[in-house]
Design a protein around this ligand. Structure first.
Ligand code: ASP
Length: 481
C-alpha cells in the first residue's frame, strides 16, 4: 500500500526509502535524457527528483510521458530509492534519493506561466501581482510566507504566555485620529451616514482596558488611505497591544524582551547590535542623526545585523504646517508629568510619554502611555482647537468611558510587515504580504478597485460625480488606443 500523503511529502520521502509512496505536486522542471525523463516535482516542502523510465510505467502513464510539462499538477506513485553516489545532489535536501515512478496521473494541466517562477524579484511587478498565485509558488515568496507565519506564531505564543488576551475589534467603525486619511464605507441602512475603516484599533484597545481586560493584543489589519511609498500599503498588519497599570518602563521592557526572544526563535542567523536596546531622546536623535529613525547598524553591509533602538520623549504637539497645532502622535498620549505646567502656556515644549521602536532605520512601532482621565483628555482636545461640540461628537464615548474608573494604561503596535521585511532582507513590504496592492493602490489580480453597477450604488445611496465619470471615460478612451 502506497503512503497516501496529499501534500508536503517530498522532503519526508527521505524516510521512505524502499517504500512505495504517492506524491502530489507540480512539475518544477523536466529534463529529457533520451531513454528516460527526470521531473523535479515540487510541493510545499520542497523538490523531489522523479525518474520516469518507460518500462517501469503502467501503459497509461507511458502514453502521458510526452505531455508532462512545467507547472502541471500531478500525482505520481512510485518507489523511493537511493541515488547512485555520482547522482547525489548535496544542494538539495532530498538530493540523496529519487522516486522511481510507476504511475502518473495528471490532476491538471498548466499553461506556460507568464514568467519564470525561480527568481521573480526582477520580474515586472504588475505581472507578478496579476499572477500572484504563480509568483507565490517561487521558493523565495513561500519562504517569506513561512517566516511571517513563524513571527506571528511566536508573538501569539509569547503574549499568551505573558497572560495577554487576543481580542478582535471592529473594522466598521468611526474615525480615530492618527494623522492619516481614512477609507470611507457608506452605510446602506443609514442613508446619509458612513463607517470608516480603522487606522488602528487605538480607541477600542483603550476601551478594552476600561473593560478590565488588562493585557490585550491582536494581530490586526489597519487601513490608511495615504499616498503609497515603498514601505506603505493601504492595508497593513500590526501587532497591536495594550496593558493596564503599567509604566512606560514596563511596556519597553516587555517589548524589548519579546523582540529579542523572537529573533532567537525565528531568525537565529541574525544578531542584535546592542542589548539592551539604546534609548535616545527625540531631540537628541534629531540633533545627532537628523532623523527620529536612525539606522544604528555598525556595518550597513551586514545583512544579518539588527540594530534596534528606542526613541523616547517625543513632543506631545507639533506644528500642523498651517500655523496651527496638532499632535505628534495621537491625542491619547499622556503628556509627561514634568511638562504638565506648560500645557497651556507653551504646548510645543511639552513632551509626551510616547516612544518609537526603530529597527535598521525603519520605524517599527509607536506607542505611549495614555491619558485615562476625562479632564486631561478634554483639555488636550481643547488645546488642539476642537470645539465643545466637536469633542462631544467625535470623542464623547471615550470621555464618558474615562468616567467609569478607567485604569492607567499604555501600549504600542509593532508593524508586522516591516518587521518581516527586514528579517527576510526584502526591499519592500509587498514581498512579505501575500496579496499586496501596487504603488497606486490597485490589485491587478482581482481588478480592484472597480466600478460598480448603478443598482449597487443606488442601494448604497451613492451618486458618482459627473465630472469624475467624464474623466473616467476620457481615460478609457485613451487606454483603448
Ligand atoms: N495606534 C498607534 C499607531 O498605530 C500605536 C499605539 O499608540 O499603540 O500608531
Amino acid at each position: 500500500m502506497a503512503v497516501q500523503a496529499g501534500r508536503c511529502l517530498n522532503v519526508a520521502a527521505l524516510k521512505y526509502v524502499g517504500k512505495e509512496v504517492v506524491i502530489k505536486g507540480w512539475v518544477h522542471n523536466r529534463r529529457d535524457m533520451g531513454k528516460f525523463v527526470f521531473l523535479d516535482m515540487r510541493d510545499r516542502s520542497g523538490l523531489l527528483q522523479v525518474i520516469l523510465i518507460p518500462k517501469e510505467l503502467t501503459e497509461t502513464s507511458r502514453a502521458l510521458l510526452g505531455d508532462l510539462k512545467s507547472e502541471f499538477c500531478l500525482a505520481v506513485r512510485g518507489v523511493v530509492q537511493k541515488r547512485g553516489e555520482k547522482q547525489v545532489n548535496p544542494n538539495l535536501p532530498t538530493g540523496t534519493i529519487e522516486l522511481l515512478a510507476k504511475d502518473v496521473e495528471i490532476l491538471n494541466t498548466s499553461k506556460t506561466p507568464p514568467f519564470e517562477l525561480e527568481n521573480t524579484l526582477s520580474v515586472n511587478e504588475e505581472m507578478r501581482l496579476k499572477y500572484r498565485y504563480l509568483d507565490l509558488r517561487s521558493q523565495r515568496m513561500l519562504a517569506n510566507l513561512e517566516l511571517r507565519d513563524k513571527v506571528v506564531d511566536f508573538f501569539r505564543g509569547f503574549l499568551h504566555e505573558e497572560g495577554f488576551l487576543e481580542v478582535e475589534t471592529p473594522f466598521l467603525t468611526k474615525g480615530t485620529p492618527e494623522g492619516a486619511r481614512e477609507f470611507l464605507v457608506p452605510s446602506r441602512l443609514h442613508a446619509d451616514k458612513f463607517y470608516v475603516l480603522p487606522q488602528s484599533p487605538q480607541q477600542f484597545k483603550q476601551l478594552l482596558m476600561v473593560a478590565g481586560v488588562e493585557k490585550y493584543f491582536q494581530i490586526v489589519r489597519c487601513f490608511r488611505d495615504e499616498d503609497q511609498r515603498g514601505d506603505r500599503q493601504p492595508e497593513f498588519t500590526q501587532l497591536d497591544l495594550e496593558m493596564s497599570f503599567v509604566t512606560q518602563e514596563d511596556v519597553l521592557q516587555l517589548n524589548e524582551r519579546m523582540m529579542i526572544e523572537m529573533v532567537k526563535a525565528v531568525a537565529s542567523d541574525k544578531h542584535i547590535s546592542s542589548k539592551p536596546f539604546p534609548r535616545i531622546p527625540y531631540y537628541e536623535a534629531i540633533n545627532e542623526y537628523g532623523t527620529d529613525k536612525p539606522d544604528l547598524r555598525k556595518d550597513k553591509n551586514d545583512p544579518n545585523e539588527l540594530a534596534f533602538c528606542w526613541i523616547v520623549d517625543f513632543p506631545m504637539f507639533e506644528d500642523d504646517g498651517a500655523g496651527g497645532i496638532t499632535t505628534a502622535h495621537h491625542p491619547f498620549c499622556m503628556p509627561s508629568p514634568d511638562d504638565m505646567e506648560f500645557l497651556d502656556s507653551e504646548p510645543f515644549k511639552v513632551r509626551a510619554l510616547s516612544y518609537d521602536l526603530v529597527l535598521n532605520g525603519y520605524e517599527l512601532s509607536s506607542g505611549s502611555i495614555r491619558i485615562h482621565r476625562r479632564d486631561l483628555q478634554n483639555r488636550i482636545f481643547e488645546i488642539l482647537g476642537l470645539s465643545k461640540k466637536d469633542i462631544e461628537a467625535r470623542f464623547g464615548h471615550m470621555l464618558e468611558a474615562f468616567e467609569y474608573g478607567a485604569p492607567p494604561h499604555g501600549g504600542m503596535a509593532p508593524g508586522v510587515d516591516r518587521l518581516v521585511m527586514i528579517l527576510a532582507n526584502e526591499p519592500n513590504i509587498r514581498e512579505v504580504i501575500a496579496f499586496p496592492k501596487t504603488g497606486d493602490a490597485r490589485d491587478p489580480m482581482m481588478g480592484a478597485p472597480s466600478e460598480l453597477p448603478k443598482q449597487r450604488l443606488d442601494e448604497a445611496n451613492i451618486e458618482v460625480k459627473k465630472s469624475i465619470k467624464s474623466i473616467k471615460s476620457i481615460k478609457s478612451v485613451r487606454s483603448v488606443k
